[in-house]
Design a protein around this ligand. Structure first.
Ligand code: GH3
Ligand code: MG
Ligand code: MG
Ligand code: MG
Ligand code: MG
Length: 298
């Protein structure tokens, strides 16, 4: 583990470096506050800091304050290591954002133990961050296909619609519903049905552009959000999706499973709201089904 040492006194620096190396840490050494701050702005900056109070250019508590202001996520663990031993200073240092405060001259064994406390806190923070990332992924993605779930895709639609209105940009949605999907389940079984859903999402994802969004709206219904401004019109995009799905070879246990999709398209105007757009796309989808499926309707 990398540990940042910011200390202007060369003897203190040398001793600290030696102690850290002996304990298996990787010391990153700076002689003033500004140099320390520059390192802390880097992506792979040390997560544990030993900061002197009095240093040229920037003092330890100032670095603490800046860290709390600017690094609100994933903050490092800061130990102020200083000869200022008055109660008022200790309170000031901790209130500036330090996690710990050690008065010089320090006991090396105690310093090592406090660094270990910091290491444990960093590990805990990392595992909490990982759990949080996993939970937010689960809360926003469909477990079967891995695409955005209904809540997340509707949230995206709401954001994109607001943005389109603000920036006077174009936005359309395509409500996609697999054709006769019940029959696929009935003929080949639910497991093949599940595979078809996953293969369908991979097929669509492969066709979309980075600025399009896609999510599972319901069982075998999916929503495409297009904020296109490129060469291809929205109509061409949805036609292309429809054709690609029909051409996509999905193999089941007893040969290929023919899969087609019907798509109902609605285009946003300045007056559009999320519910209205969804209603319009649903009505268009109904028409696509009525007109024979495997097609796009508007
Ligand atoms: P249409 O062309 O009119 O859309 O006909 P359909 O059979 O696709 O529509 P219907 O609404 O009658 O049936 C949808 C089926 O999708 C019923 C349901 O069991 C199935 N389904 C929904 N979610 C899943 C899933 O996660 N896995 C599988 N295997 N089937 C699902
Ligand atoms: Mg100093
Ligand atoms: Mg359906
Ligand atoms: Mg249906
Ligand atoms: Mg269907």
């Amino acid at each position: 583990m990398k540990v940042l040492i910011a200390e202007d006194d060369s003897t203190s620096r040398r001793i600290l470096t030696a102690i850290l190396k002996k304990c298996g840490y990787d010391p990153v050494v700076t002689e003033d506050g500004q140099a320390a701050w520059d390192i802390l702005k880097q992506a792979d900056a040390p997560k544990l800091l030993l900061l002197d109070w009095n240093m040229p250019k920037m003092e330890g508590p100032e670095i603490c304050r800046l860290l709390r202001q600017e690094r609100t996520s994933d903050p490092p663990y800061v130990i102020l290591l200083t000869s200022r031993d008055e109660k008022g200073d200790i309170v000031l240092g901790l209130d500036a954002g330090a996690n710990d405060y050690i008065v010089k001259p320090y006991d090396p064994k105690e310093l090592q133990a406090r660094i270990r406390v910091g290491g444990r806190m960093i590990e805990l923070q990392a595992s909490l961050a990982k759990a949080y990332a996993e939970l937010s992924h689960q809360a926003t993605h469909d477990p079967l296909t891995g695409v955005l779930n209904r809540r997340a895709v509707l949230m995206r639609l709401s954001e994109e619609l607001e943005r389109a209105k603000r920036e006077k940009g174009r936005l359309s949605i395509g409500m996609c519903d697999l054709d006769h999907f019940k029959k696929i389940n009935d003929t080949h079984g639910h497991l093949v049905g599940d595979n078809v859903l996953t293969a369908f999402t991979r097929c669509i994802e492969g066709q979309l552009r980075p600025y399009d969004s896609f999510g599972r709206y319901g069982g075998e219904e999916f929503l495409v959000i297009s904020t296109a401004s490129g060469k291809e019109s929205d109509g061409q995009l949805y036609e292309r999706l429809c054709k690609r799905v029909a051409a996509n070879r999905i193999s089941g246990p007893s040969g290929p499973v023919p899969v087609t999709v019907s798509i109902g398209v609605a285009e946003a105007t300045e007056q559009s709201c999320v519910d209205g757009l969804l209603r319009a796309a649903d009505a268009a989808l109904y028409r696509a089904k009525a007109e024979g499926r495997n097609r796009v309707a508007y």
